[in-house]
Design a binder for this molecule. Structure first.
Ligand SMILES: [Zn+2]
Ligand SMILES: [Zn+2]
Length: 357
């Protein structure tokens, strides 16, 4: 037995919960689901704490024998969802390099995915020796590419128009230069808008840059402070303490003429001082050659936390699975990507859920 080309659905698939077509679960082996919910599966895994991956986290906690994450993601979820979580006996974490065997004997390993602090790829080995890898959100190169028979692939940016290359280190260096210019030279406070996890990567980059004043104040809301503390613990407390942006001390700083940095998540409400602050938005965009776009009121920095299209193909090629399943539930490129993988790499690839049938 083992995987043959036409029975891959018995081993891995992407299954939606009810009518929710955007947060579907990755089915791995006989007992495991990742980043979503499927009835009667005893083991749930969450690859990282972004909202399109943890919608069914609480539901899994009440239904599953084991809810598994990496050690950093566990602390991050406790920070985001509340301290009561640490008393849940079925909420377990393990580190990379360790393995976990489910109650049905399926073996799980995590590998860093270079997306946000704590994010992982998930490798499952089942009874007949078949290996299935779920990439999770990942950023290749810079990560291990475990060999497997079936690869379930995140498809964000899986379209040739995401081909621009923004090398992470150089983007971070230019970001630090930009912040330095505003804070030290222009003496202006700065707002930085970005996704969770990316925020902490930026904070760490600023700390290791050494060009910013030691006494510069960082402000953020409670959730982002808690998340920062949780991640910080795993990185030797690299990041300075962050002050709650509505505290009395913070209000004094906001009303002074001194520079400070206010970190906020995309979509979070702004503060009224923002009119006079320099605004930096960190996200990924297409159609511009430059990594940084300077507008009069805002600077946009193109920071890729997902692989771009050429790197997706390189990642799949490095793994060379027998079958690839592309995720169509998180983003719109799954169908196109499955065709391209088949065409360019001659590997059987299937979009799931498949909206074309
Ligand atoms: Zn993500
Ligand atoms: Zn995602």
């Amino acid at each position: 037995m083992g995987i043959i080309l036409n029975n891959w659905e018995d081993y891995a698939d992407i299954i939606c919960h009810g009518f929710d077509m955007e947060n579907c679960a990755i089915k791995l082996g006989a007992s495991i689901m990742c980043d979503g919910f499927i009835k009667n599966r005893p083991t749930a895994i969450f690859t990282h704490y972004h909202t399109d991956h943890i919608k069914y986290f609480t539901k899994s906690l009440t239904h599953c024998d084991d809810v598994l994450t990496s050690d950093i993601t566990k602390d991050a979820l406790i920070a985001l969802c509340g301290d009561a979580l640490q008393y849940r006996q079925n909420f377990k974490s393990f580190r990379q390099g360790e393995s976990f065997t489910t109650s049905t004997g399926e073996k799980i390993r995590f590998y860093d995915s270079n997306h946000v602090p704590g994010s992982v790829q998930v490798l499952v080995e089942i009874h007949d020796g078949t290996k299935i890898l779920y990439s999770g959100d990942y950023n290749y190169p810079g990560i291990i590419t475990p060999k497997c028979d079936i690869l379930v692939l995140d498809s964000t940016h899986g379209d040739p128009h995401w081909s621009s290359y923004a090398e992470k280190k150089s983007v971070l260096r230019r970001f630090c230069e930009l912040v330095h210019k505003e804070i030290v030279i222009n003496k202006k406070p700065v707002t930085i808008k970005c996704h969770r996890g990316i925020m902490q990567i930026l904070m760490m980059a600023l700390e290791s840059d050494n060009n910013l004043p030691q006494n510069l104040i960082y402000l953020a809301n409670h959730k982002n402070i808690r998340l920062t503390d949780a991640i910080n613990k795993h990185y030797n407390n690299m990041i300075r303490d962050v002050l709650y942006y509505k505290s009395n001390d913070a209000l004094k700083i906001r009303n002074s003429k001194n520079p400070y940095i206010f970190f906020r998540t995309l979509g979070e409400e702004s503060i009224h001082q923002e009119e006079y602050m320099h605004k930096i938005q960190i996200d990924s965009f297409v159609g511009f050659d430059s990594t940084i776009i300077e507008k009069p009121d805002m600077t946009r920095v193109n920071f890729e936390s997902h692989s771009n299209y050429p790197h997706i193909l390189e990642y799949v090629e490095a793994i060379s699975p027998k079958v690839v399943i592309t995720d169509t539930s998180r983003g719109s490129s799954g169908l196109k990507l499955s065709n391209l993988i088949h065409e360019k790499l001659n590997i059987n690839a299937y979009p799931r859920p498949d909206f074309t049938t």
